[in-house]
Design a protein around this ligand. Structure first.
Ligand code: GDP
Length: 407
């Protein structure tokens, strides 16, 4: 609204209460949030989800049957829970991706994950296009926590590949898993290298926004949260006793204790602040306004629509049909040419085989003819000797015998 046109009211009217109306309605409807966790097994994904929402959302993995066959591809497991805090209901969906990065060849590990994200966009698009849109189930993934193994080196090829494939489809939030295995200095250096890798590969991770209307404290808080990315996290749903006698969520070691909710120990608090307390709604907005909108536009363009500001203009169906027909004909011509080529090749092969066997037959025939001729000459020689009364030596007979009989 133009500031110059803004009118000052002379008394209380009441629309200042609009935010409260929105608030009441939202609380009544409840909220929905879908978070995806991706990373090699054992990096602490389920522990972190339980720690984030302070509830045993994931059943204990201690009872997994040993005889259970390990899957051959990346699977998709969804866990849905209704949680409530101070009268506000949240339907939380956690999409787990067991098997990611666990195989000898992880080249296409990202594929089933991308398909799941796109499949959820498709389902939303299909529901939006229905005549009755009063009950849309929104399963779109609002955030993807990507677990980086605490190697202390740099990102692995698989990490880069995954992020490159997914960054335009989902709000990517990289986290350093099990950061209690690294020292503070190692974490700082590791974070630096990860951010350099991300920038080098032009990967766009989620960036929490602050707005001009925010107070200075909120702006500083958001900046502080952003400075911690990639969050170095520690997960634990166990209560431990600290050396000074406090009972906190953490992990106990012979040399001391790591407290999950202590900002001096890890970035868990900052991650939870962004994901749950301050930017959950923004993550949902980004999903709808950026990732889904881009996907939807691309999809409709492929289907033959072009967006012209606000109006959808359909491409001429006759021209499209003609184009498809031309493409089909070109395909047929190509197929015919390929078939001709194969046929000619086969004929050539047959011809050369025939010529070869003809040659062999001719050689054989000639050999037999020569042998017979030799035999005839021998017999004539024998006859001449008999007529002249000369004896025929047995050796000579043997030598000049019909040697080709065995052939
Ligand atoms: P997932 O397979 O990625 O879901 O991993 P889990 O959450 O099942 O964790 C695997 C093992 O790592 C369990 O023994 C957890 O107790 C342990 N773990 C989870 N989070 C952490 C962490 O932050 N630090 C350490 N050191 N261990 C952790």
């Amino acid at each position: 609204m133009n500031g110059a046109l803004r009118k000052k009211l002379q008394g209380y009217v009441g629309f200042a209460n609009l935010p409260n109306q929105v608030h009441r309605k939202s609380v009544k409807k409840g909220f929905q949030f879908t978070v995806m966790v991706v990373g090699e097994s054992g990096l602490g994904k389920s522990t972190l989800v339980n720690t984030l929402f302070n509830a045993p959302l994931y059943p204990s993995k201690d009872h997994v049957l040993l005889s259970e066959e390990s899957p051959k591809t990346v699977g998709i497991q969804v866990l849905s829970t209704d949680i409530e805090e101070n009268g506000v209901r949240l339907k939380l969906n956690v999409v787990d991706t067991p098997g990611f990065g666990d195989f000898i060849n992880n080249e296409e590990s990202w594929k089933p994950i991308l398909e799941t994200i796109e499949g959820r966009f498709d389902s939303y698009l299909e529901q939006e296009n229905r005549v009755n849109r009063s009950k849309i189930t929104d399963l779109r993934v609002n955030a993807c926590l990507y677990f980086i193994a605490p190697t202390g080196h740099s990102l692995k090829a698989l990490d880069i590949e995954f992020m490159k494939r997914l960054h335009k489809k989902v709000n990517l939030i990289p986290v350093i898993a099990k950061s209690d295995t690294l020292t503070h200095e190692e974490i700082a250096a590791f974070k630096e290298r990860i951010l350099l890798d991300i920038a080098h590969h032009d990967i766009k991770i989620y960036h929490a926004q602050h707005y001009d209307s925010d107070d200075i404290e909120t702006i500083n808080e958001t900046k502080d949260v952003m400075s911690k990315i990639p969050f170095a996290i520690v997960g634990s749903d166990k209560i431990i006793e600290t050396p000074d006698g406090r009972h906190v969520r953490g992990r106990k070691y012979p040399w001391g204790a790591i407290e999950v909710d202590n900002e001096e120990h890890c970035d868990f608090v900052k991650l939870r602040q962004m994901l749950v307390r301050t930017h959950m709604e923004e993550l949902r907005e980004f999903t709808n306004d950026i990732h889904y909108e881009n996907y939807r536009t691309e999809k409709l363009l492929v289907l033959g629509y072009q967006q012209d500001n606000t109006v959808f203009r359909e491409v001429d169906p006759l021209a499209k049909l003609e184009e498809e027909r031309a493409l089909h004909e070109a395909k047929l011509v190509k197929m015919e040419q390929d078939m001709k080529h194969v046929f000619q090749q086969k004929v050539q092969e047959k011809e050369s085989k025939l010529t070869q066997s003809e040659q062999e037959l001719y050689t054989k025939h000639k050999e037999m003819k020569d042998a017979l001729e030799k035999q005839r000459l021998d017999l004539e020689e024998k006859k001449r000797r008999i007529e002249q009364g000369r004896p025929i030596t047995p050796e000579k007979t043997k030598k000049k015998g019909f040697g080709f009989a065995g052939k």
